[in-house]
Design a protein around this ligand. Structure first.
Ligand code: COA
Length: 181
């Protein structure tokens, strides 16, 4: 009984923390979102993050926008330890399943200039992920990629090119394996 009360208090405190410290004009959650413990959501340097309703973010996922925009559509699931990082624009549709340890970044470091890579700034290009997309474990999606509705990205893939709708891709770099129907 005491354990149940303690758990309940922890859940309430977690929700209050989200309301007080996370929900603001830069970060907003639709109704029914589920954010588990250890999740980090950060918007800074003018960055914005919008979660539609019923988005579920599993533990230790890291979602950050540094002067970029992130939109996550309704009923999308983001698996544990996944990273979504925007310096420009990332949109993810509705009902997507993003497995664990997935990385989605719309930026690369500039390299090969006279400056050190760490000081050479970033190049960016938007990422668009459609509805009902399943992204397998440990996938990386690089800048500028569009993934069409109902597609599947095989585990461990690195997606560097657009993926048409209703397509299964896999590999490094990812290639079309087949169609979903
Ligand atoms: C992509 C996937 C869905 C395909 O499953 P499937 O339709 O049963 O496909 P098969 O296992 O029959 O494989 C078909 C072909 O694709 C290849 N393939 C399958 N998955 C691949 C992957 N992740 N990367 C590269 N190639 C892959 C297979 O080697 C096979 O090639 P072949 O025809 O030359 O032998 C599955 O392999 C996968 O990666 N699932 C993700 C699992 C995961 O991350 N789960 C997280 C829980 S949310």
């Amino acid at each position: 009984m005491i354990q149940k009360i303690f758990t309940y208090i922890l859940i309430v405190l977690h929700k209050v923390r989200l309301l007080l410290f996370v929900q603001n004009k830069y970060i907003s959650f639709g109704s029914g979102c589920e954010i588990t413990s250890g999740v980090r959501v950060r918007a800074f340097d003018g960055g914005v993050i919008k979660f539609a309703e019923k988005v579920c973010i599993d533990r230790f996922a890291d979602i950050q926008s540094k002067s970029g925009e992130i939109f996550i559509g309704p009923c999308t699931f983001i698996g544990q330890f996944s990273i979504i990082c925007s310096h420009y624009k990332i949109s993810i549709g509705s009902d997507c399943l993003i497995a664990e340890h997935v990385t989605i970044r719309d930026q690369d470091h500039n390299f090969g200039t006279i400056k050190k890579t760490s000081l050479a700034g970033m190049r960016t290009s938007s990422i668009e992920i459609g509805n009902n997309v399943w992204i397998g474990a440990k996938v990386t999606v690089t800048k500028g990629v569009k993934i069409g509705n109902n597609s599947v990205i095989g585990a461990n893939s690195v997606v560097t090119k657009n993926v048409p709708a209703n397509t299964i891709v896999g590999g490094i770099p990812s290639r079309i394996l087949s169609e979903t129907k």
